[in-house]
Design a protein around this ligand. Structure first.
Ligand SMILES: Nc1ncnc2c1ncn2[C@@H]1O[C@H](COP(=O)(O)OP(=O)(O)OP(=O)(O)O)[C@@H](O)[C@H]1O
Ligand SMILES: [Mg+2]
Length: 304
């Protein structure tokens, strides 16, 4: 199997409406059952006895999971959920084809994709708990968490999408949000590398200022990133900064907002200082920082 997504993409072509109907029934019934009994799936699908064969096919393709054996029943896994989300997004003419992975992480996978009108997209699939999913696949204890992991992934996608919808129209440099379904969000693709891997910048101080300004703008809109590392700031070939990866954002009015802001900014400034030997920060940068969370060691003359 070259990649999981390659696999899902191939399977996508082999499925017809009836397979999807069964996946939808399992998805829906998972709110009521830990493992959806086979009979319940068959009768709710309205397909009749042929549903049994379709179920076996879906299981063979690893789109559903039978933790108690295939005679007892099934639950959803990320492969099946991916397919339902992809079907929705393809049906709505959001995505036409899915390409190579752009980033495979612990909690999410991001893939390159194309829209029907030829625009390049980034498609992010949340995968919370994926590692424990694999590890405990055969244990009954994994059942409750399987459902809650899927729910958590959907929640994260909703959260991130909500942040992007607030930030993008107000001019904060984030990827343009295009669509969300289930645990998947689609944004515009942009050429860029993570700051952590950027060795050379023509004007690192300007880039840092750019990031600070955007953090301030986001704060004014009501959003604090909360995980602003050098892995979540991308730099375009024109050396423009874009801030990505917002599922854990908190509101600016949250009692912990200033603490998160402080951590976000200080880790970033520290990195810039180390890598690009930046000395004292310009007065206007310190003013932005002060306006965000008041006097700190960063705003003192000595710096870090
Ligand atoms: N809109 C985009 N255009 C181009 N590449 C992107 C885009 N969004 C994300 N990427 C790529 O995918 C990677 C992961 O994205 P993101 O930070 O949103 O996921 P993640 O939650 O960090 O995954 P994890 O934390 O589990 O590793 C990014 O570092 C970047 O390389
Ligand atoms: Mg990230």
């Amino acid at each position: 199997m070259p990649s999981l997504m390659g696999y899902v993409r191939d399977v996508f072509k082999k499925l017809d409406e009836k397979h999807f109907k069964i996946l939808e029934v399992i998805e829906e019934k998972m709110s009521r059952y830990e493992v959806v009994p086979k009979e319940v799936i068959i009768s709710s699908s309205g397909i009749g006895p042929r549903a049994e064969k379709l179920l076996r096919k879906l299981h063979e393709y690893r789109l559903i999971w039978a933790p108690l054996g295939i005679e007892r029943g099934f639950c959803m896994n990320y492969n099946g959920l991916d397919l339902l989300a992809l079907k929705f997004l393809v049906g709505r003419n959001v995505i036409e084809s899915l390409g190579k992975p752009l980033g495979i992480g612990k909690e999410a996978d991001v893939y390159d994709a194309m829209s029907p009108d030829g625009r390049r997209l980034a498609v992010k699939f949340f995968r919370i708990g994926r590692t424990s999913f694999k590890k405990y696949e055969r244990h009954r204890t994994a059942l409750i968490s399987a459902r809650s992991y899927i729910e958590a992934s959907i929640k994260s996608a909703e959260q991130e999408y909500r942040a992007l919808r607030m930030l993008y129209p107000r001019g904060v440099k984030v990827p343009k949000p295009i669509a969300r379904n289930r645990h998947v969000i689609v944004t515009e693709f942009f050429q860029g590398i993570e700051i952590a891997s950027a060795q050379y910048l023509t004007d690192p101080l300007r880039v840092l200022g750019d990031v600070l300004e955007n953090v301030k703008k986001a704060y004014d809109v009501g959003v604090v990133h909360g995980d602003l590392s050098v892995y979540n700031v991308l730099i375009t070939p024109e050396e423009e900064a874009l801030i990505i990866d917002w599922p854990q954002w908190i509101s600016s009015s949250h009692p912990m907002a200033k603490n998160h802001l402080k951590r976000d900014i200080e880790s970033l400034v520290r990195f810039f200082r180390r890598r690009w030997k930046i000395g004292e920060l310009p007065e206007e940068y310190l003013d932005i920082i002060k306006s965000l969370y008041g006097e700190t060691f960063l705003t003192s003359r000595k710096g870090v």
